[in-house]
Ligand binder design. Structure first.
Ligand code: NI
Length: 189
């Protein structure tokens, strides 16, 4: 197991679409464990393979209240419902957070390391992380979802390490009824 360097914005690999994994072999298993190490080391709760420079559809997730990490191959959001505004950050965009629109709940499907299909219904933080990580595999960053009235804002190192931990501090759903159209983000970290 190893800690891998995390690719940061604006590296172009973050904008590429990751490819489907056909065989879950040793190299995929070892990549997932390395990604878990990397995510834990960085204090994150989700990481997509693009973020360590590998264009394969693999994500790892570790929600604070859960003991077991989640490892998902070829993950897909197959249904989403509702909308809420949440605060979000990303290990690939260190030092910034923004308010984005996410679903209230999602249906999700993926393979696990044993090549078994896993289907889950998720809400709150888990739904948010799954949407965030599947977005990564499609070359989408959370800034793409910034609401019109919100810009990315920079946060101090201290605030980052104490509150952010990518996609962590985000749970407070607010303003569920107002829909904010997406806009181009104006950031320049
Ligand atoms: Ni991210």
């Amino acid at each position: 197991m190893a800690i891998l360097p995390i690719i940061t914005f604006p590296d172009k690999i973050l904008r590429k679409k990751a490819r489907k994994i056909k065989t879950i072999d040793k190299s995929i298993k070892s990549l997932s464990y390395d990604m878990l190490d990397t995510m834990n080391d960085a204090g994150g709760i989700g990481l997509a393979a693009n973020q360590v420079g590998v264009l394969k559809r693999l994500i790892v997730v570790q929600i604070p209240e859960e003991e077991e990490p989640r490892i998902y191959i070829n993950p897909e959001i197959i249904y989403r419902e509702g909308s809420r505004m949440v605060e979000e950050g990303c290990l690939s965009v260190p030092g910034f957070i923004g308010t984005v629109e996410r679903s209230i709940w999602v249906k999700f499907r993926a393979l696990n390391l044993e090549s078994k299909t896993v289907r889950i219904k998720a809400d709150s933080l888990l739904a948010q992380v799954l949407e965030h990580e599947v977005d990564h595999l499609n070359g989408i960053l959370y800034m793409d979802h910034l609401s019109e009235h919100e810009k990315l804002r920079s946060i101090s190192e201290e605030e980052y390490s104490s509150t952010l931990r990518p996609v962590q501090k985000l749970n407070q759903a607010e303003d569920l009824t107002v829909f904010h159209p997406h806009s181009e983000s104006e950031i320049n970290p």
